[in-house]
Design a protein around this ligand. Structure first.
Ligand code: CP
Ligand code: NVA
Length: 307
C-alpha cells in the first residue's frame, strides 16, 4: 500500500486490515497508552479548502503517535498556481514522510501522488473522501458489531462523500442504497465501479430518486450537505431541488427501529438534516467525527509504520 487516494484502489482484506488497526489503536488510546509508532515521522497537510475535522484529526493523530504534522494554508503554497502540482510534490516529498492533501480537482491529488517520493493521502477532493468513509465504517462496526449484510442508505447529493461510501460499503459487503434528486445522481462510472466491487463481496447497490425507497429497512442513514465546497454558485438552485431529501424524523421512522444516522459534518442543520435527528437518539455524528482521528491513525500506521 503506497498512497491512500480512493477506497476502490484496495482489496477488501486491506480495507478490513485498516479497520482492525483502527480498533486496536483506539483501544490503546482509550487506555491512555498511545504507542509512539510514528516517532520521527512528519506529515505535511496541504489544504485548498477549509476544514475542521480533517485538519485537527490528522494533526492530533500524528501528535499522539509521536510524529509531527504541519498545516499549509490554501494561500501559502498556491498549489497549481504559484507552483505546479508536480513541483510541489517533488519538493515537499524531500522534506516530509507523508503528504495529506485536500484539493478541488481530484486530478491534483493523483498528480501529487505521481510525483511524490512519499505516500500521499487524499483528505477530500471533488471526486471522493476516502478517510471519511473509513471513519464511517469504523463507527458502524462499533455501533452494530459487524458490517457485512447491513444496509446503508445515503440520502442527498451524489457527491464525493457518497462516492467513497459506495466503494467502502461494497468493499466490506454492506448493501448501499442511494436516493438523489434527478440530475444529482452518483456518476455512472462510480456506480459501475462500486457494482464491480460489490460482486466480489456479494452486496447490493440500489440507486433511486425516492428517499423512502432507499431508507426502508436501512441499518444506517447517511446524509451530507446539498452544496459542497466549490459549488457555492449553485446553492440557490440546489436549495429549490433538495428539500424532499431532508433527513427528518418522518424519514428516519421508515428505517429499522435501531437505525443509526451518520453525517460527515459540517451540517447545514434545517437543510439536509433536522436538529431533531442530528441531536436525537439515532445520531452518531460526534462518534463519527471522533473516529476520523482513529481511522486516520490506522491509515498513517499502515503507510508509515508498516502495521
Ligand atoms: N468531514 C470533514 O471532512 O470535515 P472538515 O471539512 O471539517 O475537515
Ligand atoms: N461534500 C462536502 C463534504 C465536506 C466534508 C464537501 O465536499 O464540501
Amino acid at each position: 500500500m503506497k498512497h491512500f487516494i480512493a477506497i476502490s484502489d484496495f482489496t477488501p482484506e486491506e480495507i478490513q486490515h485498516i479497520l482492525d488497526v483502527a480498533v486496536q489503536l483506539k483501544a490503546e488510546w482509550k487506555q491512555g497508552g498511545n504507542r509512539p509508532i510514528l516517532q520521527g515521522k512528519t506529515l505535511a497537510m496541504v489544504f485548498q479548502k477549509p476544514s475542521l475535522r480533517t485538519r485537527v484529526s490528522f494533526e492530533m493523530a500524528m501528535h499522539q503517535l509521536g510524529g509531527y504534522a504541519f498545516y499549509l494554508s490554501p494561500d501559502e503554497i498556491g498549489l497549481g498556481k504559484r507552483e505546479s502540482v508536480a513541483d510541489v510534490a517533488r519538493v515537499l516529498s524531500r522534506y516530509v514522510d507523508c503528504i495529506m492533501a485536500r484539493v478541488f480537482d481530484h486530478k491534483h491529488v493523483e498528480e501529487l501522488a505521481a510525483y511524490s517520493r512519499v505516500p500521499v493521502i487524499n483528505g477530500l477532493s471533488d471526486y471522493n473522501h476516502p478517510c471519511q468513509a473509513m471513519a464511517d465504517l469504523l463507527t458502524v462496526m462499533e455501533k452494530k458489531g459487524r458490517l457485512k449484510g447491513l444496509t446503508l442508505a445515503f440520502v442527498g447529493d451524489g457527491n464525493n462523500v457518497a462516492t467513497s461510501l459506495a466503494f467502502a460499503t461494497a468493499q466490506v459487503g454492506m448493501n448501499f442504497a442511494i436516493a438523489t434528486p434527478p440530475g444529482y445522481e452518483l456518476p455512472q462510472a462510480v456506480v459501475e465501479k462500486a457494482r464491480a466491487l460489490a460482486q466480489r463481496t456479494g452486496s447490493r447497490i440500489l440507486t433511486t430518486h425516492d428517499p423512502t425507497e432507499a431508507v426502508r429497512g436501512a441499518d444506517v442513514i447517511y446524509t451530507d450537505v446539498w452544496t459542497s465546497m466549490g459549488q457555492e454558485k449553485e446553492r440557490e438552485e440546489r436549495l429549490k431541488v433538495f428539500p424532499p431529501y431532508q433527513v427528518n424524523a418522518a424519514l428516519v421512522a421508515l428505517a429499522k427501529p435501531d437505525v443509526i444516522v451518520e453525517h460527515c459534518l459540517p451540517a447545514h442543520r434545517g437543510e439536509e438534516i433536522t436538529d431533531e435527528v442530528a441531536d436525537g437518539p439515532h445520531s452518531v455524528l460526534f462518534d463519527q467525527a471522533e473516529n476520523r482521528m482513529h481511522a486516520q491513525k490506522a491509515i498513517l500506521a499502515v503507510l508509515l509504520a508498516g502495521m
